[in-house]
Design a protein around this ligand. Sequence first.
Ligand code: ZN
Length: 337
Amino acid sequence: MSTLITFGLLGLLTAAEWFLWVVLLRFGLSWAKVEGVTIGRVIGALLLSKVGQGLVFVLDSQWDDHQRLLTVLLISFATFVLPCVVVAFWFRLKPLRSIQAWLPTMVVPVITIPFAYMIGRFLIEAFVLTSNSMAPTLLGPHLTGLCVRCDGKCFASYNDLEYLKAGLQTQAICTDFHVTQTDDVADLGESADRIMVAKYLSPERWDMVAFKVPEDPSTIYVMRLVGLPGEEIVIKDGKVLADSRELIPPNELAKVEYITDTNGEQDWPANWGSPESPAQLADGEYFVLGDFSARSRDSRLWVKGAPGHDPYAVPESYIVGVVTCCYWPPDRWRTFR
Ligand SMILES: [Zn+2]
């Protein structure tokens, strides 16, 4: 439902933006005294400009950001010069008249940018996954292979490529939540999932949420909300207990196994939520976990907390929103809420 609202809203905005483009270009053309203008021809000219602009932006994204001057030049070219050339070609106009015809459309960003800002600030925002803490549910930049236990697809972090190149193994998780040591993953990195986050939803247990990391609020992580305000969280035998009652995860997480550093095999900076260090949440505090428990830097491991909070607690004000869907790449499209 929230995904429907998200895309409905985006569709409505795009339609409103296109309406403005058409009306303003139509106005500009009659201002430049161009004859024989139909709505169809106006839309045709706009479509052609948008395709051209799209190509320029794709081209620009291929360059690194040290060529900032080039980016500025390209964007100026794409937003003004290119459409003027298209209008001149499409309506057979001299350069000055095509500039006159295009000029009124420059108002569109002045109207739409504040709108887009407000939507991103208060309603919905898109994020790209940066880590594989939530694998296999959501993936950051990753390497793909086959699980040695079930032959299903498994995922390892792209950053682990250096271990593999050094002849070492990496940890991978498959779609069935088997965590295995492997060196049999493709050395070609695959791109991260892109997700939509709704800021108007109240987070519920097991929702995936985007939040500011208590250790470093300028960084956004995506993890699963497991512990709720007031609860005492303990992880035991792969399960999470809240106030000594076992939490039953939703079906898609039936095989997830949450771990702690109780046996001291790994050198964790902290071990919150283990039977030795239960995490007691205060009002307005949450406990978050990644689905790839062996490789997730979540509430269990943080050393420094948000001001006035324990290290493991994500304060309510740090929660950015609830993940509603994965929209890219297309074969990973799924809705969550
Ligand atoms: Zn498997």
